[in-house]
Design a protein around this ligand. Sequence first.
Ligand SMILES: O=C(O)CCC(=O)C(=O)O
Ligand SMILES: [Fe+2]
Length: 243
Amino acid sequence: MRTINRAGRTGVRVAGQDWDSVAGDLDAYGNALTGQPLLSPTECRAITALYDDGERFRTTVDMARHRFGSGQYRYFTHDLPELVRELRAALYPRLLPVARDWAGKLGRDAPWPDTLDEWLTMCHEAGQAKSAQILLRYGAGDWNALHRDVFGDMVFPLQVVIGLDVPGTDFTGGEFIMTEQRPRAQSRGSSATLPQGHGLVFTTRDRPVRSARGWSNAPMRHGVSTVRSGHRHTLGLVFHDAA
Ligand SMILES: O=C(O)CCC(=O)C(=O)O
Ligand SMILES: [Fe+2]
C-alpha cells in the first residue's frame, strides 16, 4: 500500500501523544483516547481497503456463528502491513510503564521486556505464536459482545483499537463500551466514540482499583454497541500473540 514509505510518521505521531494524560485516564477509567490521531484519513481508508484482500488474513471470524455478537473480523497474518507493524511496535513501550505499575499494585510479576520483539519471542516460546491483530467490519445491526482478548498465560494488560471511519457520518451507533466489575459491588459501565484515526487504549483483562485495604483487582470487559446505520471499521491491536 502507498502508506509504506510514510510509516515513519506513525512513530512520530505516537511520540507526540500526551502519554501522561493517557496514563491518568487509564488509572481513572481503565480506558483512554489518544488526544491526537494516530492515522490520517487517507491511512484509515487504505487500511479499511485491505479488508477485502484475503491474502492478508489467516482467519475470518463470523461473530454471529460463535455467538460473539454480529459482524465479521479478520486476523492479519504475521506479515502485517508496515503501518500496522510500526504502530504496534511504537505503542508498546508507551504502555509498558502502566503495565508494570499495575502489576506492582496487584502484586503480580511483570514479565514484559523493554521491546515488543522480545515479548513476542516469549509468547511464541510459550505456544502463543499466531497473529492476534484484527480488522473489524460492522454493518447496520452488528455489535460486539462484551469480551476479553486473552489467549493463554501470556497477557499484555493493555490493548488499542483505532477507529477507521467518521462517527455520525459513516455510521451511527457503534460506541465502544466497557464494564468494570467492582470488588463486591455492581459493575460500572463506560463508553467512547472513536474519532477517525484516533486510538483508544483499554484494559485487556483486569486492572487495579483502590480499595479499603490497598488495591483490588477489577475484571474488565469490552465490546461495541449496535451499529444503527452505515459501516464501522476498526483496527484492533493486541500486544500478545494468540494460541
Ligand atoms: O471495534 C471495536 O471498537 C472494538 C473491537 C475489539 O473488540 C478489539 O479491538 O479488541
Ligand atoms: Fe476485543
